[in-house]
Design a binder for this molecule. Structure first.
Ligand SMILES: [Zn+2]
Length: 341
C-alpha cells in the first residue's frame, strides 16, 4: 500500500482565517440549533465504520452528542440527522451562504494552489499508473461549488458526472458553466454511463454523510470493475485531533458528523469489497493547528511534551515534526485510493 508525503508546511489561517471562520462557526451553531431543534427526529446509530454498537460518550458540539466506538476508535455523532436534512442545510442555510460569499472567496486562491492542484496531480499520477483508455469521472455529493467548476473545466477527463451536488446549480453565475453543470448532474446520465465510469471521487464527503454504507454502495455500483475511488477525509487518529479532542475546531455538526479512525476507514473499505491501493496522511496543518490553538488559549489541556516542543519555537523542528507525522500516517488529513475488485 502506497504512503505519500508532502514537504511543504501549511498555515491553518490560509484556509480558515480568524475571525471569518469564527463567524462561520457561530452562524452554523445558530442554524443547526434551529434546524434540528426536535432531537427526537435524530436517530441513534451503530459505528459508521465497523458497525459495532459499543461506544462511549466522547464530547458534545453545539449541544449534539459525539460518541467514540469501542471497537475501532471512530468518533461520530449519535443520535444524528438524516442525509436529506443535511443536504437541505447545505442548500439553504444562512451559514452556508456566508461560507460561499465570504470564507470561500477569501481563501479561493490558496485552495486552488494548495488543495485542488494537488488533487489533480494525485488523480493524474494514479490514473496513469493503474488505468488505460478513457478517463470518466463521477464526483459524489460535493458541497464545494468552486471545486466542481474546476472539475468541469478540467480537460484531462473525457466524461464528467456530478452526482447529487449539495449546492444550488442556480448559484453558478456563468451561463455556459451552468449548462455544463446541469448536463453533468442529470440523473439519466447515471444509467446511460453505467460501467463506463472508471474514476469516482468523495472529497471530504464521508465527513458529513449519515448513511455511509449507502454512499459506499452507490459509489461502488457506479464504478466499473478495476475502477478507482479517490477519497479525502479527516481522521480522528491524527495528531491535532488526538491532542485537541473536544477543543478541535474541525469537528462540529453538520460539516463533520463522522471522524473515522484509521482502523475504521480500513474496515469500512474492506467491508465494501475495495482493495486499498494508497493510504496516506499527507496533512501539512496538524502542528500549526495545535500551535495556533495553544497561542489563543494557553489554558488548553495539552500534554506536557507537546508544550515543550511548542516552547522551542523552532521552524526546523516544526517541519521535522510534521514530516514525522506524515511518514508514520499520524496526520489527521487522510487521502485514500481504492480499487473495485
Ligand atoms: Zn467502529
Amino acid at each position: 500500500m502506497k504512503n505519500v508525503v508532502f514537504n511543504d508546511m501549511g498555515r491553518e489561517a490560509e484556509f480558515k482565517p480568524d475571525p471569518i471562520f469564527k463567524k462561520y462557526l457561530k452562524l452554523t451553531e445558530s442554524d443547526i440549533k434551529k434546524e434540528f431543534k426536535y432531537k427526537k427526529q435524530l436517530k441513534v446509530s451503530d459505528c459508521p465504520a465497523c458497525e459495532s454498537r459499543k461506544n462511549s460518550k466522547a464530547f458534545s458540539k453545539f449541544g449534539f452528542q459525539y460518541v467514540e466506538c469501542q471497537n475501532c476508535g471512530t468518533v461520530y455523532m449519535s443520535p444524528h440527522m438524516e442525509d436529506s436534512r443535511i443536504k437541505e442545510h447545505f442548500l439553504n442555510s444562512q451559514s452556508i451562504r456566508f461560507w460561499r460569499d465570504t470564507l470561500s472567496k477569501a481563501t479561493q486562491d490558496k485552495r486552488k494552489e494548495k488543495i485542488y492542484n494537488h488533487r489533480w496531480q494525485w488523480i493524474n499520477d494514479t490514473v496513469e499508473e493503474y488505468l488505460s483508455g478513457d478517463r470518466n469521472i463521477a464526483d459524489f455529493n460535493s458541497k464545494n461549488m468552486d471545486y466542481v467548476i474546476e472539475l468541469l473545466n478540467n480537460k484531462y477527463f473525457n466524461k464528467k458526472l456530478i452526482v447529487n451536488p449539495y449546492f444550488n446549480i442556480e448559484d453558478v453565475t456563468d451561463n455556459d458553466l451552468k449548462r455544463k453543470l446541469s448536463l453533468a448532474s442529470d440523473p439519466r446520465n447515471l444509467f446511460s454511463n453505467k460501467n463506463s465510469i472508471n474514476i469516482t471521487t468523495l472529497f471530504e464527503v464521508i465527513d458529513y454523510t449519515s448513511d455511509v454504507d449507502t454512499l459506499m454502495k452507490t459509489t461502488k455500483n457506479l464504478l466499473c470493475k478495476g475502477g478507482l475511488c479517490f477519497i479525502t477525509t479527516i481522521s480522528i487518529s491524527g495528531f491535532d485531533l488526538q491532542v485537541l479532542w473536544e477543543n478541535s475546531r474541525s469537528i462540529f455538526p453538520v460539516d463533520r458528523i463522522n471522524v473515522l479512525s484509521q482502523k475504521g476507514l480500513e474496515l469500512l473499505f474492506k467491508r465494501h469489497g475495495f482493495e486499498i491501493l494508497e493510504f496516506s496522511t499527507p496533512g501539512v496543518l496538524d502542528f500549526d493547528i495545535v500551535e495556533s490553538e495553544f497561542k489563543k488559549h494557553p489554558d488548553l489541556p495539552i500534554p506536557r511534551f507537546i508544550r515543550t516542543v511548542l516552547a522551542r519555537d523552532d521552524e526546523q523542528l516544526k517541519q521535522d515534526f510534521q514530516n514525522f507525522l506524515q511518514v508514520n500516517k499520524l496526520s489527521s488529513f487522510a487521502r485514500i485510493v481504492l480499487r473495485k475488485k
